[in-house]
Design a protein around this ligand. Structure first.
Ligand SMILES: Nc1nc2c(ncn2[C@@H]2O[C@H](COP(=O)(O)OP(=O)(O)OP(=O)(O)O)[C@@H](O)[C@H]2O)c(=O)[nH]1
Ligand SMILES: [Zn+2]
Length: 180
């Protein structure tokens, strides 16, 4: 990857031997590896067994989980927040693992719609919850720094599964809880 970055630097008309750029291919490769490290992770290793028996059957919500991803069309960042809720079905997930699941899927090349769905389905698969809801809002640099250049637009996506899909009251409770 370092070689490729060196070549990109040449192709944009810069000198990769210039003092400020000499280590840039190495740094850029390291950064891109970090930003796409989700490809090297899987659900089992991320959750690390942190699934606990519980008879809690009320909604659990974690909101304002920040996320940084790369859009798969331009490989430019999109950043925002996501809110996650689920109704346990005998097991609760370690709190930090919810955010780790977000990161695992965000640190891949993504579109926001798929990212939202992958997170929701992963939480359902791991917990066998009665229902899962994910709401995400993000701002895409490919729409701000270039292209249509809209600075204030945000994309909102959601994925509702199980009781969050079937039951209007459950969905309404979730949407109320993520409001503040
Ligand atoms: N649905 C969706 N579209 C996205 C996302 N990220 C980027 N895009 C869009 O992907 C599309 C790619 O369109 P193209 O016409 O092939 O590429 P482009 O010429 O660079 O498009 P412009 O951005 O309009 O200049 C654009 O409309 C982007 O806004 C995303 O997460 N979800
Ligand atoms: Zn893009």
């Amino acid at each position: 990857m370092e070689q490729e970055f060196k070549s990109i630097i040449e192709q944009i008309g810069e000198d990769p031997q210039r003092e400020g750029l000499i280590d840039t291919p190495k740094r850029a490769a390291k950064a891109l590896k970090f930003l796409t490290q989700g490809y090297e992770q899987d659900l089992n290793s991320v959750i690390n067994g942190a699934l606990f028996n519980s008879d809690c059957d009320s909604m659990v919500v974690v909101n304002n989980i920040e996320l940084y991803s790369l859009c798969e069309h331009h490989m430019l960042p999109f950043t925002g927040r996501c809110h996650i809720g689920y109704i346990p079905n005998g097991k609760v997930l370690g709190l930090s693992k919810i955010a780790r699941i977000v990161d695992m899927y965000a640190r891949r090349l993504q579109i926001q719609e798929n990212l939202t769905q992958e997170i929701a389905h992963a939480i359902m698969a791991v917990t066998d919850a009665k229902g899962v809801g994910v709401v995400m809002s993000a701002s895409h640099l490919c729409m701000r720094m270039r292209g249509v250049e809209k600075q204030n637009s945000e994309m909102k996506t959601s994925c509702m599964l199980g009781s969050f899909l079937k039951c209007k009251d459950t969905r309404a409770e979730f949407l109320t809880l993520i409001r503040d």
